[in-house]
Ligand binder design. Structure first.
Ligand SMILES: [Zn+2]
Length: 293
């Protein structure tokens, strides 16, 4: 069943756990993630990232995501991840996404507030939920920093300056009325240079400061020890984005499979095996974020 994010975040809040949000840049991943959620009878969020649009445009993968979501036996939210251009965000609206992240976090505070508040008005009238971001999520993604490899090595100390301030988060949520807010407290996008250390007290302070109807989102969870993710969830994160390490693990699985069969495995069999592997991986992620519930 296709839903917007409000419904799913309400379930997460009531149950005291977090719902994973996983990138699904091809049909196998869409099937694997929704299949995992169905087997565990839990709601799930699948998303398309603007940075993946050069790989597969939203007009091609979006209708596939929406079709599987509608047919699913559990609530599935189809979400746009990090839409940073208004034009791109409107493409997601046109394709029929019921949930959109409008990320203006690179802009000064006032501009971020104004742009998000204006979009929320339009989106809520159309039944679309909105996620925003405050504080800058550092990124080690090659596609963001391919020009300067130095920038891809960020330490835990380096990223403290990007952390979200609770008082600003409160004002932001009150003025924009966004449904979800991505905040920074120790994670980053991509592959970590050293084991990340999350500031759990910061999550608690943020949760206390932000109005209840804006749920807290953690990005860049893959690569963080599950224990730390669980502490962040207990402290108040309701949606947790996860992807990079699942993609890496699947690449290794596929490489091993090809080696194991001496390259004799047919491509369609490889694809199906990768689907089963990703489904198992997604199930582990969902279970970890449910904190044993
Ligand atoms: Zn993110």
């Amino acid at each position: 069943m296709l839903v917007n994010m409000k419904k799913i975040l309400e379930i997460a809040e009531a149950e005291g756990y977090a719902i994973p949000c996983i990138n699904t840049p091809n049909e196998e991943t869409v099937r694997a993630v929704i299949g995992a959620a169905e087997e565990l009878n839990t709601p799930i969020i699948i998303d398309h990232a603007q940075v993946h649009d050069s790989l597969i445009p939203i007009e091609r993968i979006g209708p596939i995501m929406l079709k599987y979501a509608k047919e699913a036996r559990v609530p599935v939210c189809v979400h746009l991840d990090h839409g940073s251009d208004y034009e791109f965000v409107m493409r997601a609206v046109k394709v029929g996404f019921p949930s959109i992240m409008y990320d203006c976090s690179a802009l000064p505070f006032e501009e971020n507030v104004e742009k998000v508040a204006q979009f929320v008005k339009f989106a809520h009238a159309a039944g679309i939920t909105v996620e925003a971001e405050l504080g800058i999520m550092a990124s080690t993604d090659e596609d963001t920093h391919d020009d300067d490899p130095e920038k891809r090595v960020l330490t835990n100390e380096d990223i403290r300056e990007f952390f979200t301030e609770p008082a600003e988060a409160k004002e932001f949520a009150e003025r924009t009325k966004c449904d979800a807010l991505a905040v920074c407290f120790g994670t980053m996008h991509g592959i970590y240079a050293e084991p990340p250390v999350l500031d759990i007290d910061r999550v608690k302070e943020l949760r206390e400061a932000i109005p209840d109807d804006t749920r807290i989102v953690m990005h860049g969870a893959s690569g963080v020890e599950f224990d730390q993710v669980q502490n962040a969830i207990t402290a108040g994160c309701s949606k947790v984005n996860y992807y990079s390490y699942m993609a890496k693990a699947t690449t290794k699985f596929v490489a091993d499979k090809v080696a194991e069969t001496d390259g004799k495995i047919a491509y369609h069999e490889l694809q199906e095996a990768a689907y089963e592997f990703m489904k198992g991986y997604a199930k582990d992620v969902i279970k970890a974020f449910k904190n044993g519930k």
